[in-house]
Write a protein that binds this ligand. Structure first.
Ligand SMILES: O=P(O)(O)OC[C@H]1O[C@H](O)[C@H](O)[C@@H](O)[C@@H]1O
Length: 536
C-alpha cells in the first residue's frame, strides 16, 4: 500500500480532462467487458501504472488463492467455521462442489427442482388455497438477506412478471404487515416465511400475525394450505405448522446476503417462473466463471474492487454511490448496502487484530435521473468527492418515443460533467456572453465553477433481463470479495448486528412495563420514562 500512496503523489496533480486530451486510446485502455457487459473505467483518476500497482497489490494479498479457496468450498468464513458457496447455488457447469468431502450439488439441484415445480404450480393455479381458489397474491415475510435480494430482483424483473402479485413484508413495525394485509383476501393469499435461522424477531412476529390473519378468516385448519417456508432450520419450520412438502431448505454455507440464489429466491420464481429464475442463476454463473478464470487485468470484479480500494485507502473517500439509470434497479443500492456494508464493515482482520487500513465505504444510491434533481449538487460541487458507478441498459423494455434516448443522454452527461468540470475561465466566458458586467461576473463565477476530476465507472449492458441481472449482482458480490481480501477481513460474518439484538431482548420487558428501567443508562431510562408518560 505504501508504494500506492507514493504513486498517488504523481497522479493527484493530474486532471482527467488533460489525461483524456493526451491519450486518444484512454477508453480502450481502461475498459473491460464480458460479452455485452462493459465497464468503462476510463473516467477514474488513474494512469496505466496505477492499475499495474493495484494488480500487484491484489497478487501480494493472494487474491487468486483466496478466490480459489472460496470456490473450492474451504471454510474461509473462519469465525463461523463455514464454507462460502453461494456460487454452488448457480453452478451450471456440472462440476462437483465439495464441502467436508461431500458433493453439495445433488442437494442444490433437488431443492431447485422442488422450488421451481412449486413456483410453477402456484403460477398455474394447480396449488390452491384451503377454499379451492388459486393464489392471486404472495407475501414474502423475511428481513435482511431474506428480503432485500428477492425484493430487488422481483422489481428489477417487472417486465417478466406474469405470475401472482408479490408483496414483501420485513419491518417489525406493525404498519408494514397491516398496510399489506388490508389489501389482501386470505382465501387467495399465500405466505412465504423466509428466514435462514427461523428465529429472527421481525420475521417470527410478522409470521405469527399472518398466521392469525389466515386462522381468523379461514379457520385454523386452513393454515397449512396458505404457508410455505424457506430456511436452513427445517425442524423449526415444521414446528411452525408448515407442511413438509412446502419447506424449502438451504445450507449454512449460504450467507443471508448471498441467499437470493437459493430457495430464498422463491418469490422471484413465483413472479417470473422457474425458467427465468434459472436464467438469472445462469447469469450469476457466467460472472463466476469469468471471475474464476479471467486474468486479473481483464477481470471485471477485480477491476471494480481495486478501484474502490484506490479511492478508499489512498484518497480517503468514505462513500460510494451506485446510480442505476434503470428505474427497475431502484432497490439495487439498498441490496448492495447489505451486501457490501455487512460484508466489509469490519474493524479487525481475519486474525482478530485491528485492521491497518480503512475498510468498507458507505454505499448508497438512487436511480437516475431522479438523483440529479436531489443530491447530485453535492457530488458535483461538494467538498468531498464521491466515486460513482453508473449503470445503464442500451435497450429499454418500453418503446415509448424518446424516453430512453433522454435517459442515456442524461447518464452520459453526468459522468462527463463529473470528469470535465467547468473552469473559472469557461464560466467567465459564458457569463460575459450572456451580457453580465464584470462586477456581476466576479460575484457569480465562483459559484458556477465545477472542479471536475471526479471519478466514475459506467457499466453498460444490452438489456436488464434475468441473465444480465444475475451477472450484475454476481459482479458486485465478487467486487466485495476482492476488497475483503485486500483488507484481510472476514467478509462473511456479521457479528456487528448482534449487540443491538441482545439489548432489544433485554429492553422488551422494560418497554412493556414488566421490568424496571433504572438499571439502564440515563438516556435510555429517560427515554423510557418519557415514552411511558406519552402512552399515559
Ligand atoms: O434470514 P434470517 O435468519 O431471518 O436473517 C435475516 C438477516 O438478519 C440478520 O440480523 C443478519 O444481519 C442478516 O445477515 C440476515 O440476512
Amino acid at each position: 500500500m505504501a508504494d500506492l500512496v507514493e504513486h498517488a503523489r504523481l497522479v493527484e496533480p493530474l486532471h482527467l480532462r488533460d489525461l483524456f486530451a493526451a491519450d486518444p486510446q484512454r477508453f480502450q485502455r481502461f475498459s473491460v467487458a464480458l460479452d455485452d457487459l462493459l465497464i468503462d473505467y476510463s473516467k477514474n483518476r488513474i494512469v496505466p501504472q496505477t492499475m499495474e500497482r493495484l494488480m500487484a497489490l491484489a497478487r501480494v494479498a493472494d487474491l487468486e488463492g483466496w478466490r480459489d479457496r472460496m470456490f473450492a468450498g474451504e471454510p474461509i468464513n473462519t469465525t463461523e467455521g463455514r464454507a462460502v458457496l453461494h456460487t454452488a447455488l448457480r453452478n451450471r457447469s456440472g462440476r462437483a462442489v465439495t464441502v467436508d468431502g461431500r458433493d453439495v450439488m445433488p442437494d442444490v439441484t433437488e431443492v431447485l427442482i422442488r422450488m421451481g415445480a412449486f413456483a410453477d404450480s402456484v403460477r398455474t393455479g394447480a396449488v390452491k388455497g384451503a377454499t379451492g381458489k388459486a393464489f392471486t397474491d404472495v407475501v414474502n415475510i423475511g428481513i435482511g438477506g431474506s428480503d432485500l435480494g428477492p425484493a430487488m430482483v422481483t422489481l428489477a424483473l417487472a417486465p417478466y412478471h406474469d405470475g401472482p402479485r408479490v408483496h414483501f413484508v420485513s419491518n417489525v413495525d406493525g404498519a408494514h404487515i397491516a398496510d399489506t394485509l388490508k389489501r389482501l383476501d386470505a382465501e387467495t393469499t399465500l405466505f412465504l416465511v423466509a428466514s435462514k435461522t427461523f428465529t429472527t424477531l421481525e420475521t417470527m412476529t410478522n409470521a405469527a400475525t399472518a398466521r392469525a390473519f389466515v386462522a381468523d378468516r379461514l379457520g385454523e385448519a386452513a393454515v397449512p394450505d396458505h404457508f410455505a417456508a424457506v430456511s436452513t432450520a427445517v425442524p423449526k419450520c415444521a414446528a411452525f405448522g408448515i407442511r413438509e412438502d412446502r419447506i424449502f431448505g438451504f445450507w449454512d454455507w449460504v450467507g443471508g446476503r448471498y441467499s437470493v440464489w437459493s430457495a430464498i429466491g422463491l418469490p422471484v420464481a413465483i413472479a417470473v417462473g422457474s425458467e427465468r429464475f434459472e436464467s438469472f442463476l445462469a447469469g450469476g454463473h457466467a460472472m463466476d466463471e469469468h471471475f474464476r478464470t479471467a486474468p486479473l487485468e481483464a477481470n471485471l470484479p477485480v477491476v471494480l474492487g481495486l478501484l474502490g480500494v484506490w479511492y478508499r485507502n489512498v484518497f480517503g473517500m468514505a462513500s460510494q454511490a451506485v446510480i442505476p439509470y434503470d428505474q427497475r434497479l431502484s432497490r439495487f443500492a439498498a441490496h448492495l448496502q447489505q451486501l457490501d456494508m455487512e460484508s466489509n464493515g469490519k474493524r479487525v482482520r481475519r486474525d482478530g487484530r485491528p485492521v491497518a487500513l480503512s475498510t468498507g465505504p458507505v454505499v448508497w444510491g438512487e436511480p437516475g435521473t431522479n438523483g440529479q434533481h436531489a443530491f447530485f449538487q453535492l457530488i458535483h460541487q461538494g467538498t468531498d468527492p464521491i466515486p460513482v458507478d453508473f449503470l445503464l441498459a442500451a435497450e429499454p423494455h418500453e418503446t415509448l418515443s424518446d424516453h430512453h434516448a433522454k435517459l442515456v443522454a442524461n447518464c452520459l452527461a453526468q459522468s462527463e460533467a463529473l470528469m470535465r468540470g467547468k473552469t473559472l475561465d469557461e464560466v467567465r466566458d459564458e457569463l460575459a456572453a450572456a451580457g453580465l458586467d464584470e462586477e456581476a461576473i466576479a460575484a457569480l463565477a465562483p459559484h458556477k465553477v465545477f472542479p471536475g476530476n471526479r471519478p466514475s465507472n459506467t457499466i453498460l449492458y444490452r438489456k436488464l433481463d434475468p441473465f444480465t441481472l444475475g451477472r450484475l449482482l454476481a459482479l458486485y458480490e465478487h467486487k466485495v470479495f476482492v476488497q475483503g481480501v485486500i483488507w484481510n477481513v472476514n467478509s462473511f460474518d456479521q457479528w456487528g448486528v448482534e449487540l443491538g439484538k441482545q439489548l432489544a431482548t433485554e429492553l422488551l420487558p422494560v418497554v412493556k412495563g414488566d421490568a424496571d428501567p433504572d438499571t439502564r443508562d440515563g438516556s435510555t431510562a429517560g427515554l423510557i420514562g418519557h415514552f411511558r408518560a406519552l402512552r399515559g
